[in-house]
Design a protein around this ligand. Structure first.
Ligand code: GLA
Length: 377
């Protein structure tokens, strides 16, 4: 199975943790469609940990918790499919899942078959209770088991970035791989994830994508990975823009019934999603990193389809910065004689025929992205 562009969807974990059940999931599926996420390109509804019974059944198969999911998981899958969406599930490479439900260790083939029978389209595969388990071997085994299952199932490897998965997850068959520990709804967590990406992006391209974890956009402290939050809307904009600019999977984690209008519009922003889903699927190139004490302003170029490109500045400082882009830093020296047209994708403002240098103000904890093309000659 080949996945052309970063997967997009919603996952139960960030907000609901173990508090999941059939009614909740079906409600979220309805909201997914009604609130416009499906039309914006989101596709997968993923049920994370805590869906199963505490033990396997007498035939050694995974079974749904009967109280939480009285009609079983195929029923959920059928409902998701009836809305034109795709069904994601969760298991773990260890003997138990992170929340201590049965894991798939030494049950990979039987579990993959069960998931296929339920109509699963994506499997998130975690890495708790892994003592003595070789992670490369475990992920390879489940990926081979999914291939044998008779159904196309996107393999989402959640191994938290140990042993540099950007170097090998693609080769063992994953379609996306977590390169970080769990996100939570704080700017510190966002900063930690953003600043740890420097060596990961070349591992990010069509077929297998670098997963920065589920978005916390719109949570405002509400839910399992919420904390008494001080996240601002600017910070959520920076999070969504960073995930989009870098072509990472977009898995929402907020309660879709509580996302406010600003965050809804943000997560459905066409310009940002277009960059995320760009067909050329090229990773971004970090051309400048200004370090002041421990914090950074990161500047990237990302080449896009149709010979367009985008320039981004992510301001991780606590103050607004006036930044100047020197075009030679991203491959357009003065002697090229070429000018560019730049569109600020958030304001829509277009700057025509720019050359050599461009100054812009980037707010604290915020960003600027310019979608650019060469001006006509
Ligand atoms: C780990 C993963 C999370 C989530 C939980 C479930 O912490 O990294 O994304 O799946 O397990 O227990």
């Amino acid at each position: 199975m080949f996945v052309n562009t970063p997967p997009m969807g919603w996952n139960t974990w960030n907000t609901f943790g173990h508090n999941i059940n059939e009614e909740l999931v079906l409600k979220m599926v309805d909201l997914f469609v009604e609130k416009g996420y499906k039309d914006a390109g989101y596709e997968y509804v993923v049920i994370d940990d805590c869906w199963s019974g505490k033990e396997r059944d007498e035939t050694d198969r995974l079974v749904a918790d009967r109280e939480k999911f009285p009609h079983g998981m195929k029923y959920i899958g059928d409902y998701i499919h009836s809305k034109g969406l795709k069904f994601g599930m969760y298991s773990c490479a260890g003997t138990r899942t992170c929340a201590n439900y049965p894991g798939s260790y030494e049950h990979e083939y039987i579990d993959a078959k069960t998931f296929a029978e339920w109509g699963v389209d994506l499997l998130k595969y975690d890495f708790c209770f892994y003592d003595g388990v070789d992670s490369k071997r475990s992920y390879l085994t489940m990926s081979m088991a999914l291939r044998a299952s008779g159904r196309d199932i996107l393999f989402s490897a959640c191994q938290w970035g140990m042993n540099n998965p950007a170097q090998w997850m693609r080769s063992v068959g994953a379609h996306m791989f977590r390169s970080t520990y769990d996100i939570n709804d704080t700017y510190e967590s966002q900063l930690d994830i953003i600043t740890k990406q420097k060596n990961n992006f070349n591992g990010n391209a069509a077929g297998c994508f670098n997963d920065l974890d589920m978005l916390t956009v719109g949570m405002y402290g509400n839910g399992l990975v919420g904390r008494p939050t001080k996240m601002t809307f600017d910070e959520y904009e920076q999070q969504f823009a960073f995930w989009c600019f870098n072509g990472c999977p977009l898995m929402m984690g907020a309660d879709l019934s509580k996302v406010d209008d600003d965050c809804l519009k943000l997560m459905q922003n066409k310009e940002l999603i277009a960059i995320n889903q760009d067909k050329e699927c090229r990773p971004a190139y970090l051309f400048c990193e200004n370090e002041t004490r421990v914090k950074y302003a990161l500047k990237y170029i990302r080449q896009l389809e149709n010979n367009e490109f985008a320039i981004a500045i992510f301001n991780l400082h606590d103050n607004d910065v006036t930044d100047s882009l020197t075009f030679s830093q991203f491959g357009i020296p003065f002697v090229s004689g070429r000018n560019i047209d730049m569109k600020d994708i958030m304001t829509g403002e277009v700057f025509k025929e720019k050359h050599h240098e461009f100054q812009t103000v980037v707010k604290a904890h915020h960003f600027k992205i310019f979608r650019c093309k060469y001006s006509e000659v």
